[in-house]
Design a protein around this ligand. Structure first.
Ligand code: NAD
Length: 370
């Protein structure tokens, strides 16, 4: 890999800097032991940027993000900034990044590590070996469609309006991401909509079918109504490999799938933009969890979601699937060895700090590369 791959690191607020510190250690390890090097820029986002610059994202940091091959973000927000004006909130920094980088495909894996199978609220035999990749459309649909708003109907009644809209292009580009991912995994895609009651859902189904016939007929494709998928996810989740769906259904169902894995501290995500002429995409990688103000600064946070987000960056932005697999395997081994941060603690296991979890993962990486 050329040494000039650009990575922008934005630790953010709360536990963000603590979990990102463990990623920096793994990045150093990759440089020393695997010859995987990055040009790293570190910046401020969210509350940290508000404190330093009065805005949640400076133009310089945004420019650095636009110039990067990938952005690695911790989390933003916290009670300290609750009273900041709406458009200056820490979250506005995150939303601006997603919008400016045009990150339309949100990838959220729902993976159950063998050692954590008992942390799920579902029976072990249902979730053991679970490995679903959710692809949620992120920049269209009902959260953005016009018209929208609350109108006064003049007779004491009010009307709230949101509009679900999708175009051919919006559907095809996110479906293409799902098909491409499936080819590298179990070669199966479930596309979810409500085409039985929504025209936008019908169009979704038609466009996914057309793209499949034109370019991805080697991939197994199933259409499923989103409400049925909600049931199937808790009944027999292992039938799924890649799931692609719109912004609203994806928001809800990816959270449902995430909870089957047992802990927020274990879940990474990726958001991808359009591919350029060389096939490179703008991309941002971040854990699902927030800033966890209740445990921030105490060396208690689970760094695994952040580390797994970096592993996704290695796999999807830097073509380093082998190194990504090494991080995942190291985490699996540390958990199997009984080491647990407080959020995933279980009887008979050894409770450890963020730093000790990082130490243990680095030790496993050493063993894997020996
Ligand atoms: P949260 O994810 O921060 O925390 C929820 C619970 O899970 C807390 O008890 C927390 O201690 C625990 N937890 C979360 N991540 C953990 C980890 N890695 N290790 C151990 N325990 C962990 O959600 P919240 O409490 O609803 O939000 C707190 C703040 O984070 C808010 O300001 C919110 O706006 C922000 N937030 C940011 C993002 C983001 O930046 N993407 C996402 C969600 C929430």
């Amino acid at each position: 890999m050329p040494a000039n791959k650009k990575l922008l690191v934005l630790p953010g607020d709360g536990i963000g800097p603590e979990v990102m510190r463990q990623v920096r250690r793994v990045i150093d390890w990759m440089d020393r032991k695997r010859g995987v090097s990055f040009d790293i820029t570190e910046g401020l986002v969210g509350g940290a940027a508000i404190d330093a610059h009065g805005v949640p994202l400076t133009d310089e940091t945004l420019a650095a993000a636009m110039a990067s091959d990938a952005v690695l973000l911790g989390a933003v927000g916290g009670p300290k900034w609750d009273k900041v004006a709406f458009d200056k909130r820490p979250e506005a920094g995150l939303l601006t990044l997603r919008k400016e980088l045009a990150l339309f495909a949100n990838l959220r894996p729902a993976t159950v590590f063998d050692a954590l199978v008992d942390a799920s609220t579902l029976k072990p035999e249902i979730v053991k070996g679970l490995d679903i990749m959710f692809v949620r459309e992120l920049t269209g649909g009902i959260y953005f469609g016009e018209p929208r708003g609350i109108e006064d109907m003049g007779n004491g009644e009010r009307r709230g309006v949101n509009t679900q809209t999708y175009t051919t292009t919006e559907i095809r580009r996110v479906a293409a991401v799902a098909f491409e991912l499936a080819r590298k995994r179990g070669n199966k895609v479930h596309s979810l909509e409500k085409g039985n009651v929504m025209e936008s859902g019908l169009l979704w189904r038609q466009e996914v079918t057309r793209l499949h016939q034109e370019e991805y007929s080697d991939v197994e494709l199933h259409h499923m109504l989103a409400d049925n998928a909600a049931m199937q996810l808790v009944r027999n989740p292992r039938q799924f490999d890649v799931i692609v769906t719109d912004n609203l259904f994806g928001d809800i169902l990816s959270d449902e799938a995430a909870m089957m894995t047992g802990s927020l501290g274990m879940l990474p995500s990726a958001s991808l933009g359009a591919a350029d002429a060389n096939g490179n995409r703008k991309a941002m990688y971040e854990p699902i969890h927030g800033t966890a103000p209740d445990i921030a600064g105490k060396d208690l946070a689970n760094p695994c979601a952040m580390l797994l987000s970096f592993a996704m960056a290695l796999r999807y932005s830097f073509d380093r699937a082998e190194e990504a697999g090494m991080i995942e395997a190291s985490i699996q081994r540390v958990l199997s060895g009984g080491m647990r941060t407080a959020d995933i603690m279980a009887p008979g296991m050894a409770r450890c700090s963020t730093t000790v979890m990082g130490d243990s993962i680095l030790r496993e990486l050493d063993k894997l590369s020996a």
